[in-house]
Design a protein around this ligand. Structure first.
Ligand code: DQA
Length: 152
């Protein structure tokens, strides 16, 4: 089982960036914990971050053939990127949308996600643990083969 974790813009700045909202863990800390958890649960976890919309789209298209699913924090592109939504529809891989912060409790523009309705599931507001829950959830759904996004 192979799950690729994709982080969008500015998440390379975790640890320094608005720590009151995003905490003090770095992206390297988060990625290392996910790789270790994947190993424990029998899954290969790879990670990718970019600040560039096109690089994220290229990455999804390039990796889709090799992976079973994605965990995706689209960061600012969550709220703006039709192209990201189109790429996810094109590659047809299950993905869980993760946000460190509770985007529904922040500025109104963060309440819109252009990918929420096509995600297998969504986790937000739980900090880095949210990624770990997404990994556990995805592995469990891949194991049962139940990838119906309308089901809990
Ligand atoms: C974020 C929330 C987004 O609104 C914001 O633009 C981010 C991070 C989060 O993880 O909480 O960059 O996706």
């Amino acid at each position: 089982m192979h799950i690729d974790v994709v982080h969008g813009p500015n998440l390379n700045l975790l640890g320094l960036r608005e720590p009151a909202i995003y905490g003090t863990k770095t992206l390297a800390d988060i990625n290392a914990a996910l790789v270790a958890l994947g190993r424990e649960l029998g899954a290969t976890v790879t990670t990718f971050q970019s600040n560039h919309e096109g690089a994220l789209l290229d990455h999804l298209a390039e990796r889709a053939g090799d992976v079973d699913a994605f965990i995706l924090n689209p960061a600012g592109y969550t709220h703006t990127s039709v192209a990201l939504r189109d790429a996810l529809l094109a590659v047809r891989k299950p993905f869980v949308e993760v946000h460190l912060s509770n985007t529904d409790a922040r500025e109104p523009f963060r309440r819109t996600s252009l990918v929420a309705d096509i995600a297998l599931g969504r986790i937000q507001g739980l900090g880095p643990v949210g990624y770990e829950l997404a990994l556990r959830g995805l592995i469990s759904r891949l194991q049962t083969g139940d990838l119906n996004k309308d089901k809990g």
